[in-house]
Design a protein around this ligand. Structure first.
Ligand code: HEC
Length: 290
């Protein structure tokens, strides 16, 4: 888990504004920790027993997790979240685990029956195949999901079918790489934006259950908000850019015969979108799966 230190460079990954314990926990911990049963990591009931009244020790563990349980995979360091966020998570865990009894691990997919996760989390920071260590997996709805790379500040790929299968996969191979459920429909090999300078992730915020990724590209502030198209038919990505480049904008998406491109603004030539300056401030691109 050495390369988790790379996260130090984007400490604000978890929502710059008003971080809250539930959301921080859901994004960063819930893939491995359930309230009442050991899954990848120990239950919240057990964590309560170990750490009630010991927030400092809790933070210490999260910053530098140890190898403690012989049959468990390694817990990735959460150092990038910072002290304050970890304390909010601590408070949330202590609150939500009041009176929760540890039970034997249930058969089947334990997440399906979890009271807090009747619906799978929509945003998970997790190790994903074919992405950097700073990958974020997003379930846009129950059909379309995507992987966004917060290290390189770019979309990686979208798939349809299901979300991710962290748990059974980790159990089977002892690694903390998640497995995609479904079929990858669209992949981008590079950012669609031309070189505009240094790229820097500035976190994401949640709007209507979906993440708004925010990053800096040279002197431009960019936001990217993904959403699912109807019936698993594909996805859209809405962009905002400020300040708007005075001579307009060109975006080069990967030519991919598995999607059809369209947008609310601009003109297309193959997989290349050209926008006039007046259209470049806010625009949406649709990727329809074939
Ligand atoms: C990729 C899976 C994974 C994620 C994500 C994860 N953990 Fe863990 N966690 C584990 C595993 C595995 C263990 C047990 C490690 C061992 O005992 O060797 C563990 C153990 C723990 C423990 C028990 C420490 C002890 O003394 O026994 C705490 C507390 C904990 N995690 C907190 C968190 C918090 C808080 C987050 C989110 C910020 C988090 N974990 C995210 C997998 C994960």
């Amino acid at each position: 888990m050495k390369y988790f230190l790379a996260f130090l460079s984007f400490t604000s990954l978890a929502m710059a504004e008003k971080p809250d314990g539930v959301q921080l926990f859901t994004t960063n911990c819930s893939a491995c920790h359930l309230p009442d049963q050991m899954v990848v990591g120990p239950s919240l009931a057990e964590i309560r027993t170990l750490y009630l009244g010991k927030p400092d020790d809790f933070v210490k563990w999260c910053v530098a997790p140890q190898k403690k349980r012989p049959n468990a995979v390694d817990m990735p360091s959460m150092v990038h979240l910072g002290d304050e966020a970890l304390r909010l998570i601590y408070e949330y865990i202590m609150k939500v685990s009041v009176g929760v009894k540890q039970v034997e691990q249930k058969k089947g997919d334990p997440y399906a029956a979890s009271p807090v996760q009747a619906k799978r989390p929509q945003v998970q920071r997790i190790f994903m195949p074919n992405a950097g260590p700073a990958a974020i997996a997003v379930a846009l709805d129950d059909k379309v999901s995507l992987c966004w790379d917060a290290g390189e500040c770019r979309f990686r790929y979208a798939w349809s079918g299901g979300f991710i299968d962290g748990y059974p996969y980790w159990q089977a191979n002892g690694s903390s790489l998640a497995k995609i459920v479904g079929e990858v429909k669209y992949t981008e090999k590079a950012s669609p934006f031309k070189e505009m300078g240094e790229v820097k992730f500035s976190g994401y915020r949640m709007e209507k259950g979906l993440p708004v990724f925010q990053y800096q590209l040279g002197d431009k502030k960019i936001t990217e908000t993904p959403a699912a198209l109807a019936d698993g038919g594909g996805l859209s990505r809405s962009f905002t850019i400020s300040p708007v480049p005075s001579d307009g904008l060109e975006l080069n998406f990967q030519a991919d015969e598995k999607v059809t491109y369209s947008s609310d603004k601009g003109t297309w030539s193959g997989s290349k979108l050209t926008l006039k300056a007046a259209d470049a401030a806010v625009f949406t691109v649709n990727f329809t799966f074939k």
